[in-house]
Design a protein around this ligand. Structure first.
Ligand code: 1HE
Length: 270
């Protein structure tokens, strides 16, 4: 049975954990009536969530969304009503970056369970997760061009990284929508399921949570940091991280099991 996580009393994001406290959290965007559009308050909740999660023992977080759509991106109504100055909106974007960087670099695996629209800032959010699972209803777009806007939540970094610069530019210029196998083929998600993306995301979260936390910290933090470095510095950094992770005392039992031939072997899929 899932229960509200006691550390968070949010309005727009519901955070639950299993009663067994297995370290697997589910964070659900719950402004379905606004198609989970990201207003300033939601971004602050995401910052708090992803800042605290690593220190509160989260082993994996499934990022889900209520209603028919994962996320409609920037809250365009709030943006319209606030009539922001350039400096105001720069600060809005910096808060988005704070939230999404905490997600990507925080060291806790984040698995996004996608459905419906994953558009604009919704795709920026999804692309900050470590693993994306889409179902048959999921579609991706960057409608900023049509709205008279530009991306401000990291799409130029993360979406370009996923699909390449030229595809991202095409998405923004023409409003191109990707879905289904084509979205898989261009790299927008790692999994496409015919059933529930949430169920698959939970399965993957459980699998990831079975790893040692320090290994997951390195996987969900160091890889991203290293992508920002020169190859020379990344190789150095990789050696230092491996020095720490690959000698962790908690790994001894796993290495013993391998040496004694009781550990599972890596086999091809059936
Ligand atoms: C919203 C938003 C929103 C819906 N901000 N309120 N993002 C976009 O350009 C996507 C805009 N949204 C849509 O294209 C559609 O709403 C959806 C495809 C996501 C869903 O369609 P549908 O038919 O289910 O819903 P709807 O009737 O369009 O909207 C239902 C309600 O959600 C309605 O509110 P209501 O009070 O009139 O009921 C909509 O106003 C509200 N809603 N989307 C605010 N985005 C840091 S820069 C990031 C740049 C961007 O993200 S650009 C935004 C791109």
């Amino acid at each position: 049975m899932a229960q509200h996580h006691p550390a968070f009393s949010f309005t727009n994001v519901t955070v639950t954990q299993d009663q067994e406290d297995d370290g697997i959290w589910v964070a659900t965007l719950n402004r379905a009536s606004k198609r989970n559009a990201l207003d300033a308050a939601t971004i602050e909740e995401l910052i708090e969530l992803f800042s605290k999660a690593p220190r509160l023992g989260a082993k994996a977080i499934v990022l889900a969304a209520a209603g028919d759509h994962f996320c409609a991106g920037l809250d365009l109504i709030e943006h319209h009503d606030e009539d922001r100055s350039p400096a105001d909106f720069m600060h809005v974007c910096l808060r988005w970056h704070e939230a999404f960087n905490k997600m990507e670099y925080g060291g806790v695996p984040v698995i996004a369970a996608l459905h419906g629209a994953v558009v604009g800032g919704g795709l920026e959010l999804a692309s900050s997760a470590h693993v994306r699972v889409a179902d048959e209803s999921t579609y991706f777009a960057l409608p900023e061009g049509q709205r008279g806007l530009f991306t401000g939540g990291g799409a130029t970094i993360r979406v370009a990284d996923l699909v390449g610069k030229s595809r991202m530019i095409d998405m923004m210029l023409t409003g191109r929508v990707y879905q289904g196998q084509e979205a898989m083929d261009v790299g927008l998600m790692q999994y496409l399921v015919s059933g529930s993306s949430f169920d698959k995301a939970m399965e993957l979260a459980r699998r990831a949570a079975a790893n040692l936390p320090l290994s997951n910290f390195a996987i969900c933090s160091a890889v991203s940091h290293m992508q920002n470095m020169s190859a020379l510095d990344a190789a150095y950094c990789e050696a230092v991280i491996a020095g720490v992770v690959n000698t962790q005392p908690d790994a001894r039992a796993r290495l013993d099991a391998f040496a004694k031939k009781t550990a599972a072997r890596v086999r091809p899929n059936d």
